[in-house]
Design a binder for this molecule. Structure first.
Ligand SMILES: Cc1ncc(COP(=O)(O)O)c(C=O)c1O
Length: 444
């Protein structure tokens, strides 16, 4: 069943600044996204559930293409991938960054052109490489020395594969220690400072079946300042210039990865994409001019900034408990659908929806339903003091690294994904059922 709702007046920008642009408040306390009230989605699809605003996803793709007209924009599928998402990316003219045979196979079997896909991975399995070659992936990003011989052998003497090299430029950036990947003290990439990157490049250039198209770096995630990207441009161009001197090669591509930071709560900073595009372009032109290098084609790989703000997680409150000076509001999901607070201490701004919360706000901790004391979804958030079991809570900015990182903990089943657009809601991914779980359990 599809319901089309009357457009309603948007509520104050401040409160809803991290919500999808389509968010409205048709009645006091009720929120609608993509023209569909969240309470109606909860009734129809149950909770926990993830809502994805298709218009917001598409608009974010367009913003990128508009800001970076001369670059290839690849959506980082690890943020969230399903067949509809791959289809939307294709329609919006983006490429894809994948990091497993699974992500690659899902995209290609949905009809995504394989030549617009780049395969990453610090430890690609034989299956990853075999799938990439079988499906004709556009580029493979080499991330360790041993991969060169493995890949060359898999491609075979008469074969041909475009590759890039993931370089560690020695730049520290990113919202949390666990998502910083631009320095030597983490597992990704080949370092410039110890010469591993240069050594790997020399070996690749010796393999006729591997065509080195460019260098890649990814500094980390949740970066809210342009500066680290400019520093990366300088370092990467410097390395490209040295490669030209040493080997006479001019690499045509430079991939700066993703990591563009977004606000999870009103008032938090986000990376300014227009400034990023303008300054990176200027820096690239200037650095290339200084070294006499032809300006390479730029590639960027945003994930979170495309999917994150388009998603909303919906939960029902199951219990409210007062212990000492704390109030715990327990919901019907938790760390199995959103491990990010437990992993990185990320903070969210959940909101009561579906009824008018007129009572005085109080500080509460929103926790999940899992058997783990660290199963906390949001600390120190304000909710109406009469919050009670049965209430509906919505968590904005839930589109990236929630369901893609979801686990099977406690066998509660992973939530469905519901797309909303123009007053219509449709199921993209159904809820994981007990039958799904049982069907994998083949030992008895
Ligand atoms: C190589 C690479 N590119 C792009 C991304 C996307 O990062 P974000 O979602 O922060 O934009 C990641 C994230 O881990 C990555 O590892």
């Amino acid at each position: 069943m599809t319901t089309v709702h009357e457009p309603a007046v948007a509520t104050t920008v401040d409160e809803l600044s991290v919500w999808p642009a389509s968010t409205t408040e048709p009645h006091q306390g009720e929120l609608a996204v993509g023209g569909v009230p969240l309470a109606e989605i909860a009734d129809r699809f149950g909770t926990p559930a993830y809502v994805l605003d298709e218009g917001e996803v598409r608009e974010r793709c367009r913003t990128y293409r508009h800001a970076f007209p001369e670059a290839d924009v690849l959506y980082a599928a690890k943020a969230f991938l399903c067949r509809a998402m791959a289809h939307w990316m294709d329609e919006e003219g983006l490429g894809l960054d994948v990091c497993s045979a699974g992500e690659l196979e899902l995209a290609v079997t949905t009809g995504f052109p394989p030549d617009r896909i780049v395969l990453h991975g610090n430890a690609k399995s034989p299956h990853d490489l075999e799938t990439a070659l079988r499906l004709g992936v556009g580029r493979i990003v080499i991330d360790s020395p041993s991969e060169i011989a493995r890949l060359a052998a898999a491609v075979g003497p008469d074969g041909h594969q475009k590759v890039m090299v993931r370089v560690v430029p020695g730049i520290s950036a990113g919202g949390h220690e666990k998502i910083r990947t631009g320095t030597d003290d983490q597992k990704f990439g080949l370092s410039v400072s110890d010469g591993y990157a240069q050594h790997a490049i020399a070996r690749i250039l010796d393999q006729p079946q591997l065509e080195l198209t460019g260098l890649h770096c990814h500094l980390g995630s949740q970066i809210t300042s342009v500066e680290p990207y400019l520093a990366a441009v300088r370092r990467m161009v410097d390395l490209m210039a040295r490669l030209r001197e040493q080997y006479g090669v001019t690499l045509p591509e430079l991939d700066l990865g993703g990591g563009h930071g977004i606000a999870y709560r009103p008032g938090e900073p986000a990376l300014d994409l227009t400034a990023l595009a303008r300054k990176v372009r200027a820096e690239l032109i200037q650095a290339c001019a200084a070294t006499g290098l032809t300006v390479p084609r730029l590639i960027i790989e945003p994930g979170r900034a495309i999917a994150g703000p388009a998603g909303v997680a919906l939960y029902h409150v199951l219990a409210v408990k007062r212990t000492g000076d704390r109030i715990f509001v327990a919901v019907d999901g938790g760390m199995s659908d959103n491990p990010r607070p437990a992993l990185y201490g990320v903070r969210y701004a959940p909101r009561l929806v579906g009824r008018h919360g007129g009572a005085e706000p109080i500080a509460v901790t929103v926790v999940g339903r899992h058997c783990e004391a660290g199963d906390v979804l949001a600390t120190d958030v304000e909710l109406p003091s009469d919050i009670r079991p049965g209430d509906l809570l919505a968590v904005p900015v839930a589109g990236a690294y929630h369901l893609s990182m979801a686990s099977g903990y406690n066998l509660v089943g992973r939530p469905p994904v519901v797309a909303v657009d123009g007053g219509h809601a449709r199921l993209l991914v159904r809820r994981e059922s007990m039958d799904d779980i049982r069907s994998r359990d083949v030992g008895l």
